[in-house]
Design a protein around this ligand. Structure first.
Ligand code: ADP
Ligand code: MG
Length: 256
């Protein structure tokens, strides 16, 4: 069975595309068959996060009825397959996001999980992604505006009959102005907490090189947490590679 999971936030810039690229890559590293799809039709960026911005057939061609979605699936070196969106403004002409749920039907059975990268806001495009999905994963930052929008997204999913799998708090740095985990849990009461990805310069370095951080810097704090969240999504456990203390590296006979 194929699980379609929409990654949604409400507020823009919180890390949806980063999560889709990295959760997808993390799951592929675990041997899962994964497709990631750019459902951000007006301002797509998934292809750019992965370093391949131009594809001959895109989701836009599919939504215009010019191609089957199976012709818009591309293998990527990260191990995932990607359905990219057209990146030129012209691509939008004749495209209606409400056709997304139907277009996805032909992908059922061709992957274990399809992750949809939704656009910012809770407009038509995002609604189409939530509607097309069986589950929604909410990404937020530890700030009130992002958590408020996350809560709205949960309400919208409820109305559309899409199950909220849980939420991820991204870019947590522990500074005093941030909302605490307890505050966030209070606001997103009844929503499953999946994890907390730290603010990590490794993520920005990875985005700049267009390689998902879980591949670019597998030992970075953010990568470890993303791997753990990915494992949780499929009911598995991620084993941390504990780094060896310095004294054991220098004196391997110590502390046995
Ligand atoms: N955990 C993180 N630590 C540091 N920077 C991050 C983190 N997550 C995301 N970013 C930065 O935030 C930017 C915006 O993230 P993006 O995934 O494009 O957000 P969205 O898709 O929600 O608009 C990324 O390009 C990246 O530089
Ligand atoms: Mg995005």
């Amino acid at each position: 069975m194929t699980r379609i999971i929409a990654v949604v936030s409400g507020k823009g810039g919180v890390g949806k595309t980063t999560m889709v690229a990295n959760l997808g890559t993390a799951l592929a590293k675990m041997g899962k068959n994964i497709i990631i799809l750019d459902a951000n039709l007006t301002t797509p960026s998934l292809g750019m996060h992965l370093g391949v911005p131009l594809y001959p057939v895109t989701l836009h061609d599919v939504l215009k009825g010019r191609a089957n979605i199976k012709d818009a699936v591309y293998s990527h070196e990260s191990g995932v397959r990607i359905v990219p969106a057209g990146i030129s403004l012209r691509d939008m002409r004749g495209v209606d996001s409400k056709d997304l749920p139907n277009a996805l039907l032909d992908l059922l059975g061709s992957a274990e999980i399809i992750l949809l990268d939704a656009s910012a806001g809770l407009g038509r495009e995002t609604l189409a992604a939530i509607e097309a999905a069986d589950e929604m994963l909410v990404v937020t930052n530890p700030e009130i505006s992002a958590v408020t929008d996350a809560l709205k997204a949960v309400k919208v999913a409820e109305q559309l009959g899409t199950r909220t799998a849980g939420f991820i708090v991204n870019r947590v740095s522990g500074k005093s102005h941030e909302m605490t985990r307890r505050d966030i849990l209070n606001m997103l009461d009844n929503v499953n907490f999946l994890g907390e990805v730290p603010e990590d310069i490794a993520v920005q370095r990875a985005v700049a090189t267009r390689i998902p951080v879980v591949n670019h810097s597998p030992n970075a704090a953010a990568s470890n947490e993303i791997m753990r969240i990915a494992a949780g999504l499929v009911g598995e456990e991620h084993r941390f590679k504990p780094s060896m203390p310095w004294y054991k590296k220098m004196f391997p006979f110590m502390g046995r």
